[in-house]
Design a protein around this ligand. Structure first.
Ligand code: TLP
Length: 346
């Protein structure tokens, strides 16, 4: 049975080409540095993002964790968005495992952290009361705020602020290729100001597992040790990296299709009197929308009813949803979703 699964782009299955590449992958022991497919993926990823080196990790969460462990020591502080994935959805790993102190600043509706708020959050030097600020972290696209892409100009201005204060800049670029596609900029230029970037192979790019952390050679060597500490040293990981290479080579240029489908969905929703949606915020593959007050169904109830139409839709709370388009969602699926919603809300 085919499900139209809009819960996330993490649900994407590997393509046939990926499955073939996985079956045929040349492998070695990656902890010895011997896996040629992992080595190639790390090199291709680093080149693509304009950095010196890459590190294949099991997940986006692991990429952000080992990046922060490599940037910060115990008691050091990272400034990040109060709705950043690392702050909200990574189980407090940076604090639990690294003793890293998060200093959240508000995320604005356009996905940015106000520069003034970042500046105000940087601790003055030489005062023993404060945890030393080491790192600023951005998220692009900003997943919890519409999936909005952050521009190169904004990223550069945060990078300049970081350098002015001797800090590093990390980007959680789980969906950085969606951001680059939406903005029409080269991905390396977009992350030029960052010292490190994590991006996910297993979201819109369809690989079954994995993310890559990129940065300077020296930084990646420290991160490699941190990956070992958290148990992320994998052995014949080339079977996974092979799918990642297909993802990087063949799946980034088609992301505009997911954005077009998100737009199609959003515009259809905007025509329904029962739905509340801000069309301006729909810029990549995410559509956030809500039920108007007079709709008698709750979001979880509606989500339950949609299962009878073979649709999986994630309620965010009692009234709101997030729908995410991806490779396995076609325009005709979007039309089906809109028709099903119309029926259930009539
Ligand atoms: N996000 C998932 C959920 O955890 C919310 C999703 O469905 O969107 N950074 C960002 C911006 C993310 O959105 C995610 C996953 C991650 C990091 C973590 O990636 P994984 O799931 O590979 O650990």
């Amino acid at each position: 049975m085919k499900w139209i699964d809009l819960r996330s782009d993490t649900v994407t299955w590997p393509t046939d080409e990926m499955r073939r590449a996985m079956a045929e992958a040349e492998v070695g022991d990656d902890v010895f540095g011997d896996d040629p497919t992992v080595n190639r993926l790390e090199q291709v990823a680093a080149e693509r993002l304009g950095k010196e080196a890459g590190l294949f990790v099991a997940s986006g969460t692991m990429g952000n964790l080992v990046a922060m462990l490599a940037h910060c020591g115990r008691g050091d502080e990272v400034i990040l968005g109060d709705q950043a994935h690392t702050f909200v959805y990574e189980a407090g790993g940076i604090s639990a495992l690294g003793g890293i102190h998060p200093h959240p600043v508000p995320v604005l509706p356009d996905g940015t952290l106000p520069l003034d708020a970042i500046r105000a959050a940087i601790r003055p030097l030489g005062n023993t009361h404060f945890p030393p600020t080491r790192l600023i972290a951005l998220e692009n696209t900003q997943g919890t705020v519409g999936g909005i892409p952050l521009s190169k100009a904004y990223t550069d201005s945060v990078g300049a602020l970081a350098r002015e204060h001797g800090l590093s800049l990390h980007i959680d670029g789980a969906r950085i290729f969606n951001a680059a596609t939406a903005l029409g900029v080269d991905v390396a230029a977009l992350v030029e100001a960052a010292d490190s970037v994590t991006f996910c192979l297993s979201k819109g790019l369809c690989a079954p597992v994995g993310s890559v952390l990129v940065g300077s050679r020296e930084f990646i060597e420290r991160a490699r040790r941190m990956r070992k500490i958290v148990g992320g040293g994998m052995r014949q990981a080339g079977v996974l990296a092979a799918a990642g290479l297909v993802a990087l080579e063949h799946m980034t240029d088609r992301l505009h299709e997911d954005h077009e489908n998100a737009r199609l969905l959003a515009e259809g929703l905007a025509e329904m009197p029962q739905i509340e949606i801000n069309l301006e915020s729909v810029q990549t593959n995410m559509v956030f929308f809500g039920l108007k007050d007079d709709v008698p169904l709750s979001a979880p109830q509606l989500s339950e009813r949609l299962k009878a139409h073979n649709i999986l839709l994630l309620p965010l709370n009692a009234r709101r949803f997030r729908a995410v388009t991806h490779y396995w969602i076609r325009p005709e699926d979007v039309i089906w979703v809109l028709a099903s919603l119309q029926k259930e809300l009539a």
